[in-house]
Design a protein around this ligand. Structure first.
Ligand code: TXA
Ligand code: MG
Length: 348
């Protein structure tokens, strides 16, 4: 398949390209588009055929459900059973990096939801995603636009490397701002009332969610490795994710101990290191990938996936990174990094 690449900087002047992309989606084709979190691999969310094509292009198991993207948060009512808590979340965080899992309506095919009776809805806050969705009179189902098992793409070059020849159109809209996928919550209820289950942490932090709903329960798969045979609430948590080919080891220790360990390792073997900016003067420059300052989690989130791809090209025998603190935005980094490292944490 020939893949067209549209480079768009201003969606207001790229009306022709965006109409063409929407027409491709309407006919059942696949369009990769930028969002503020990561790039998405889009297809018509109401078409089982389009869902099958998405799974095939990504090489992803078809029991791993897709998120549907809408132009306006109120559109969720057409595809899902919403309610007061959904509206409060939408008012606080949409458009933005939040995905809400709701009971689905019949018109959303089971192919899109991986056989589940729920559907995940997100309204992205990116001018190109917004302009594309506005041209579509259907929701756009879109997983991250990487081959299954690779880090999510945050620039069009990653998408082209993974999906060229497997999709109809790639819209290059520059770098994704946030760099990690959206926060996913499920709305739940028990005898004490409504609460949120956090299925995947992201830029909308647990503290921010707590401002809208007092009770936020973190799903076990967010922080820990599930035991054999245990099923996660979010099927995506089952799979090894974002895996570099070089084994990634996360280092847990005081800043001094981690630095001393890295210096010793650099002297003994070829290693790629995702380090803090402050550590650069104390380490050999070769195969060093600075993720940002120690306390700048926003920059670390923005750079992580890109640097994992870069570090993976070094051919080193091992890759090291710091274990992030599992709170605030650090929880999202922690969640992605323990998966990329297949839960390999070394105490130093
Ligand atoms: O930021 C994002 O969310 C990006 C951009 C493109 O919007 N999309 C994204 O999609 O990360 P994906 O497919 O790579 O990850 C979606 C996750 C998967 O882990 C999937 O299992 C989970 O959402 N998910 C989707 N629908 C669900 C549902 N009904 N119930 C529970 N989990 C669901
Ligand atoms: Mg993904």
């Amino acid at each position: 398949m020939h893949t067209k690449v549209f480079r768009i900087t201003d969606p207001l002047v790229a009306v022709t390209e965006l109409r063409e992309a929407a027409a491709v989606l309407r006919k059942g084709g696949l369009v990769v588009f930028p969002t503020e979190t990561v790039y998405g691999l889009g297809g018509n969310g109401l078409s089982a055929d389009a869902a099958e094509r998405i799974y095939a292009a990504k090489g992803r198991p078809s029991n791993n459900p897709l998120i549907i993207h809408v132009h306006h948060p109120a559109e969720a009512d057409k595809y899902a059973h919403t309610g007061e808590l959904y509206r409060r979340l939408a008012a606080a965080f949409m458009p933005g990096p939040l995905t809400v899992v709701l009971p689905k309506r019949d018109l959303v095919p089971y192919a899109t939801t991986g056989g589940l009776d729920t559907v995940a809805v997100r309204c992205p806050d990116h001018p190109i995603a917004q302009a594309l969705l506005k041209e579509c009179d259907f929701p756009v189902a879109a997983p991250s636009a990487n081959l299954s098992g690779k880090p999510s793409p945050t620039v069009a070059e990653h998408v082209i490397a993974d999906l060229s020849g497997r999709v109809d159109v790639i819209i290059d809209g520059g770098e994704s701002d946030i760099g990690l996928e959206s926060t996913i919550v499920k709305l739940d209820r028990d005898q004490n009332g409504e609460y949120l289950t956090l299925l995947r942490p992201g830029a909308i932090t647990t503290d921010a969610l707590t401002c809208v709903c007092e009770r936020v329960v973190i799903a076990p798969a967010v922080l820990e490795q599930l035991k054999d045979g245990e099923r996660p609430l979010s099927p995506g948590m089952m799979y090894k994710h974002y895996a570099p080919t070089i084994p990634l080891v996360l280092l847990d220790g005081t800043p001094e101990d981690v630095l001393a360990f890295l210096q010793k390792e650099q002297a003994e073997k070829s290693c790629a290191i995702l380090c803090y900016l402050e550590e650069i003067p104390h380490l050999k420059a070769q195969n060093l990938f600075p993720v940002g300052e120690k306390n700048d989690l926003t920059t670390q989130a923005h750079c992580l996936f890109s640097l994992l791809r870069e570090a993976d090209k070094t051919g080193s025998s091992v890759m090291y990174a710091h274990l992030p603190p599992p709170d605030g935005l650090g929880l999202a980094l922690y969640n992605r990094m323990i998966r990329a490292a297949a839960h390999t944490i070394q105490k130093v």
